[in-house]
Design a protein around this ligand. Sequence first.
Ligand code: SF4
Length: 166
Amino acid sequence: MNYSAIKKNDIANGPGVRVSLFVSGCRRHCKGCFNSETWSFDNGNQFDKSAMGEIMQALDREYIEGFTVLGGEPFEDENTGAVYHVIRKVRNMFPKKSIWCYSGFTFEELKEKEGARNILEMIDVLVDGPFVEEKKNLKLRFRGSENQRILDVKKSLTADRAIELD
Ligand code: SF4
């Protein structure tokens, strides 16, 4: 997997100050995508031990509330293995920090998608659905268009239906 960026003080993609990993590769190509340079699977650098170390070091600060994975598409088949690996490590090392993930797939699609379920089981929040330019709303927090939902993943998996975060 390649990644496009690691942000160490991100305040736009989830609550508090977070460390964010922008993975590379997305086939959806939403009109008006905020991050179209990440569409190519070759964009950026290969996600390696040094990138993992950078994330762990950045997370190891009191004021960092959590970790967010976005892109690009974390749930493309090419990315799910590495995304699972990094999320599992973050979960083990920092069990009290929240983990958010963004996807152009919906929760309903992801719970049936190979390789996605084990990621869902380890994250706290999924912001789901593609960016729809006609539904763009700049007032929304942590999402770009009104069709996107901020889901409590544990509750959603237990209920087997999408449940939005309180
Ligand atoms: S799913 Fe996300 S990264 Fe992919 S094209 Fe849509 S907005 Fe961009």
